[in-house]
Design a protein around this ligand. Structure first.
Ligand SMILES: CC(C)(COP(=O)(O)OP(=O)(O)OC[C@H]1O[C@@H](n2cnc3c(N)ncnc32)[C@H](O)[C@@H]1OP(=O)(O)O)[C@@H](O)C(=O)NCCC(=O)NCCS
Length: 459
């Protein structure tokens, strides 16, 4: 799709061609309105040139094996390479850290900037990012009944279930659902999908913080400060706004967990449900239910539990031999959480950047040291055990220990943070799904009997 470039440069060149003026920073919606017609033509040309070509065969094993590696989906925001990890619109995580605008005095990219990149393929200007922060702050208010709905949930209901429930309920005010019911033309679907996506992104931290304060705090959520960025407001609502290093962690966390191409359970679910023209709230609530599974986002909460259990069993200064034995013990009854991946075959760069953050901000934290020790040992154990295709750590392997170092120790809540972030990637794609007129998704399935018949006369 689009090559990465800075919006500033693009605006200048666009202006020099006599179109939009560069006098004021464009909003994301204005920029999208310019990009969409060109991209529709681009996709038409790609389909005309390559539409009839095959880009891979499918084996019966793949159908039984969770559809691993089957090529059957378009996802614009990011591509995952099994060796080098994720690239957002062609940019690696270190490249994003170097190029995307940061907060004043901060050094981590702002998730608002990443969202702009995911949607447009362009690195935004500081001013455009500020515009997004302000817009999300302005859209953050929750309908009263959604607040009440969250407040009525028992503390014993998992935070992810509360989260999904509240996001479903936000569909009450969906601009897309309303426009659809009024018979809006298909070519304009993206506009209300965009509005809903912006509302969703704006409200998610408020929903998430309300759940957090109800379950673990005093039930009170601080007001949104319109002069602050998305992550700073979220950190404030969680009660950590005064800790500049935690606020930076939130910016990094929200950026890293945003998108991991299209086939992972949460992204794929959001896209699939969206293909039925369910609005972004319904689509994303479905995605959250997938994220809540232990093999996906919930691993996030499992890792800290596992590390803490190890620490309590073998003490603070574990030897390598003790850690190794603990890993082998774990394998007798389950998986080593935070290790392995369905696509990646190397250390997840999202693990690496969290490790770098830890080295900079919490180098002496005991659990961080244990995580680093596990990194030396667990891959060899998994290799010797011989089952996992990837013995290296994934994103979840580090996040819990970082949060815990700041006293943010409520593991059951960790997947909610992941859920706030993943909306950036899912909504960016939903907007393009509507802009490009993506159809209802409907792959073909077969029964085991049908497969037997299909190959009955073949060797
Ligand atoms: C991520 C995960 C679900 C990928 O699953 P996958 O694509 O099926 O992984 P593989 O193809 O490598 O699995 C092959 C075998 O190795 C096992 N395996 C994979 N990762 C393992 C791990 N971390 N610990 C122990 N065994 C593991 C699988 O359970 C499977 O065993 P089986 O044949 O008995 O069913 C898997 O690696 C896992 O369960 N990891 C731990 C949970 C986790 O960290 N999830 C977050 C992912 S971002």
């Amino acid at each position: 799709m689009f090559a990465v470039r800075t919006a500033l440069r693009t605006q200048t060149s666009v202006a020099s061609r006599g179109y939009a003026t560069a006098a004021k920073a464009q909003s994301l919606k204005e920029r999208l309105a310019e990009l969409i017609p060109k991209e529709i033509e681009n996709v038409k040309a790609v389909r005309a040139a390559h539409g009839h070509k095959s880009f891979g065969e499918v084996t019966v094993d793949q159908a039984y094996g969770g559809m691993r590696g089957i090529k059957g989906m378009i996802w614009e925001g990011s591509v995952l390479d099994s060796e080098e990890g994720i690239r957002f619109r062609g940019m690696t995580i270190p490249e994003c850290q170097a190029a995307l605008p940061t907060a004043e005095g901060g050094s981590e990219p702002l998730p608002e900037a990443l969202f702009w990149l995911l949607v447009t393929g362009e690195v935004p200007t500081q001013e455009q990012v500020k515009g997004l922060s302000a817009e999300w702050a302005a859209r953050a208010t929750l309908p009263k009944f959604v607040e009440e709905l969250i407040d009525r949930c028992p503390n014993t209901l998992h935070p992810m279930s509360q989260f999904s429930l509240a996001v479903t309920a936000l569909n009450h005010d969906s601009a897309f659902a309303k426009a659809y019911a009024e018979g809006t033309h298909k070519r304009d679907y993206w506009k209300t999908t965009y509005e809903d996506s912006m509302d969703l992104l704006a409200k998610l931290p408020v929903v998430a913080a309300r759940i957090y304060q109800n379950v673990y705090g005093n039930g009170k959520v601080a007001a949104i400060d319109p002069s602050k960025d998305w992550s700073a407001n979220f950190a404030t609502m969680l009660g950590y706004g005064d800790n500049a290093s935690f606020v930076e962690l939130m910016r990094l966390y929200m950026t890293l967990h945003s998108d991991h191409e299209g086939g992972n359970v949460s992204a794929h679910t959001g896209h699939l449900v969206g293909s039925a023209l369910s609005d972004p709230f319904l689509s994303y609530a479905a995605a959250l239910n997938g994220l809540a599974g232990p093999l996906h986002g919930l691993a996030n909460q499992e890792v800290l539990r596992w590390i803490q259990k190890m620490q309590s069993q073998i003490g603070e200064d574990a030897t390598d031999a003790q850690v190794e034995e603990y890993c082998w013990e774990t394998l007798k009854t389950g998986v080593i959480p935070g290790y392995g991946h369905a696509v990646l075959r190397k250390t997840d760069p999202r693990y690496t950047s969290q490790r770098e953050f830890a080295l900079k901000h919490i180098p002496d934290d005991k659990l961080f040291k244990l995580v680093a020790q596990v990194y030396k040992i667990a891959p060899n154990v998994l290799l010797k055990a011989g089952k996992a295709k990837n013995p290296w750590p994934n994103v979840d392997s580090h996040s819990g220990v970082l949060l815990n170092a700041y006293g943010f120790s409520q593991q059951n809540y960790y997947t909610v943070l992941f859920g706030v972030s993943r909306a950036l990637g899912v909504t960016a794609q939903l907007i393009w799904d509507r802009a490009l007129g993506m159809p209802l998704e409907r792959p073909k399935s077969f029964s085991t009997e049908a497969i037997k018949k299909m190959f009955a006369d073949k060797a």
